[in-house]
Design a protein around this ligand. Structure first.
Ligand code: CA
Length: 236
C-alpha cells in the first residue's frame, strides 16, 4: 500500500455487493472502509478523511438521501450514488442532492472503478487552475480564444454551442442534467428551456460529426442529460 492510496467510503447494505465492490476497489489500490448502513456511514465519515464516497440509495436506518445531504452539509467529497430503483426521478434526485455521479444496479465493478477514477481525477483537477486549452485526441478547445478544432479543422460554433461544449468537456465523465446545462449555458433557470439544450446538443453533435448512437464525445444519459467522455483515441 502506497502512501498516496485514496480512501473510499463504501456504503452498501447488501453484503455480497459490498464484498465484491470492496475487493475490486482494493485490487485497484484503493483503501476501502465499508459501512453496512447509513448510521455507520456517517460515523465513519466523521472519523476519517475520505477522497470519495460510494453510496447506496436504499439503506437501513438512515437513507442514502439523508447520508448524502449530511455529508454535503460540510464536505464537497465526490459521491457516487448506487441506485436499484432505475427510476429517472430518483437518479435526478440523487444528482440534485449533491451526488456527482450515479450507477444503476446491477453494474459491473469495472464500470464503477472507471467512474471512481474519473471522479478522483476531476476532484483533483478542481484544485488546479482552470486550463485554457482542453485537448482530447483530435479535439482541441481554446477556451480563451473561443476556438474549437477537430482534426485540425476549425469548427464554426455558436456562442451557446461553444459554452455547452466547454461546460461538458471541463469535467469528462460528469453527468449534467438538462436543468444544470440550461443554467450554465443559457444562464437562466426555467424548465421550458430544457428542450433548448437538446437542440444545442443536436447542432453541436452535427458540427462535430458525433453520432448520438455511437458517440465519440457527447453521450446521452437517458432521462437525465448528457456527459462528455472520449471514446477510443478521440479521432472518431
Ligand atoms: Ca440497498
Amino acid at each position: 500500500m502506497t502512501t498516496s492510496a485514496r480512501r473510499i467510503l463504501l456504503v452498501e447494505d447488501e453484503k455480497a455487493i459490498r464484498d465484491a465492490v470492496s475487493a475490486y476497489l482494493e485490487r485497484e489500490g484503493y483503501w476501502v472502509t465499508p459501512a453496512a448502513d447509513g448510521e455507520q456511514a456517517l460515523e465513519e465519515f466523521d472519523k476519517h478523511r475520505f477522497d470519495l464516497v460510494v453510496l447506496d440509495l436504499m439503506l437501513p436506518k438512515i437513507s442514502g438521501e439523508e447520508v448524502c445531504r449530511s455529508i454535503r452539509d460540510g464536505s464537497d467529497v465526490p459521491i457516487i450514488m448506487l441506485t436499484a430503483k432505475g427510476e429517472t426521478e430518483d437518479r435526478i434526485a440523487g444528482l440534485e442532492l449533491g451526488a456527482d455521479d450515479y450507477l444503476v444496479k446491477p453494474f459491473s465493478p469495472r464500470e464503477l472503478v472507471a467512474r471512481v477514477r474519473a471522479l478522483l481525477r476531476r476532484a483533483h483537477a478542481d484544485t488546479e487552475p482552470q486550463r485554457d486549452r482542453l485537448v482530447f485526441g483530435g479535439l482541441e478547445i481554446d477556451t480563451v480564444g473561443h476556438k474549437v478544432f477537430l482534426g485540425g479543422e476549425e469548427l464554426d460554433l455558436t456562442a451557446s454551442e461553444f459554452k455547452l461544449l466547454v461546460t461538458l468537456a471541463r469535467y469528462p465523465g460528469r453527468v449534467y442534467t438538462r436543468m444544470e446545462l440550461v443554467e450554465k449555458v443559457l444562464g437562466y433557470d426555467f424548465e421550458g428551456y430544457e428542450r433548448t439544450i437538446d437542440s444545442h446538443v443536436k447542432n453541436l453533435r452535427a458540427k462535430m460529426h458525433d453520432d448520438p448512437r455511437d458517440p465519440t464525445f457527447i453521450w446521452t444519459v437517458h432521462g437525465v442529460g448528457y456527459r462528455f467522455e472520449v471514446a477510443g483515441d478521440g479521432t472518431g
